[in-house]
Every structure is written in structure tokens, then in C-alpha cells.
Design a protein around this ligand. Structure first.
Ligand code: HEC
Length: 143
């Protein structure tokens, strides 16, 4: 094998490795975000049940922050963005109502937030059923 050919193969292998690494990293980051999201949603419910407005506000703000991260927003499918917006808006409303110590307002917005969880996951499952296994189908179609 010529030297040039060896170099070409080496470069291609490195590029492929970098691309795979990037993909795996993005997936791991997304997974971590999803777990953090669940934890803050649980803290939120705890705060609501106990009427602890500072706890409600901080969890809601944390959820808003998560929904604005690059990894969360990396998914460009229009319906995903719609559910994502619903999620962010609900979390913002919760924080606002918590600041006003309005427990009914918090509870209503919490319901909207939960609806957005269910609807986005339902959407992800539908996409997966239609295009074969893995969230990657949705992600790939979105790129
Ligand atoms: C805009 C879309 C969207 C919204 C809204 C959303 N999720 Fe998710 N969620 C995802 C995606 C994407 C995944 C990971 C991909 C998959 O389905 O495998 C996921 C995965 C999860 C997982 C599984 C994590 C794991 O270990 O694999 C949990 C738990 C979860 N979400 C909880 C929630 C909760 C709780 C809410 C609402 C407070 C919520 N999600 C709202 C998109 C969303």
C-alpha cells in the first residue's frame, strides 16, 4: 500500500472515530439531561404537595434551564419544538406563580407541564414505531 493511501485511510478512520464519538457524547448528555429533568419534576411535586414555594420556584427554574440547553434544543423536528415550548412555558409559569405564592396557579401550570411530558414522549414513541428502533430515527430526520 502506498504511503498516500495509508495516510488517506488513517485520516478517514480518525474522522469516522470523531463523528461516532460526537454522536455517543450527545446521546449521553441527552440521557443525563432527561434524568435531571425527572429529578427536578419530582422535587417540584414535593414542593407543591408541601406548599414550599421556594422549592417550587427553584425546581421550575431548573427545568426551564434544562429545556434551554443545547442538547435539548439540538432536536429540530417541528413537533418536538412545539412540545418543548409547551414544557418551557409551563415551567416558567410555575416559577412565576410560585413567586406570587399562588398555589392554584402553580397546580394548573404543573398540570400543563405534565401534559407536555406525556405528549412529547408519546410523539417520540410514534416516531420510533414508524421508523424503526431508537430515538435516533427522529434525531436523524431532524438534521
Ligand atoms: C420536548 C420533548 C420532551 C418533553 C417535554 C419531556 N421529555 Fe422526557 N424525554 C424526551 C426524550 C427525547 C427522551 C429520551 C429519548 C427516548 O425517548 O429514548 C426522554 C426521556 C425521558 C426519561 C427517560 C430517561 C432515561 O433514563 O432514559 C424520563 C424519565 C423522562 N424523559 C422524564 C420526563 C418528565 C418527567 C418530563 C416532564 C416534566 C419530560 N420527560 C418531558 C423528551 C421530552
Amino acid at each position: 500500500m502506498s504511503r498516500t493511501r495509508k495516510i488517506v485511510i488513517l485520516v478517514l478512520t480518525l474522522l469516522l472515530g470523531a463523528a461516532i464519538g460526537r454522536e455517543v457524547y450527545a446521546q449521553v448528555r441527552l440521557q443525563q439531561l432527561m434524568i435531571a429533568k425527572l429529578q427536578h419534576a419530582q422535587k417540584l411535586l414535593e414542593g407543591i404537595a408541601l406548599g414550599k414555594f421556594d422549592k417550587i420556584e427553584s425546581s421550575a427554574l431548573e427545568l426551564t434551564r434544562i429545556s434551554r440547553t443545547a442538547e435539548w434544543l439540538a432536536q429540530k423536528a417541528p413537533r418536538y419544538e412545539m412540545f418543548s415550548n409547551e414544557f418551557t412555558q409551563a415551567a416558567e409559569t410555575i416559577a412565576k406563580k410560585a413567586k406570587e405564592k399562588n398555589v392554584d396557579g402553580v397546580t394548573l401550570a404543573y398540570f400543563d407541564l405534565t401534559k407536555s411530558c406525556v405528549r412529547c414522549h408519546q410523539h417520540m414513541r410514534e416516531v420510533r414505531d414508524a421508523r424503526g428502533p431508537g430515538v435516533q430515527a427522529e434525531l436523524a430526520s431532524a438534521r
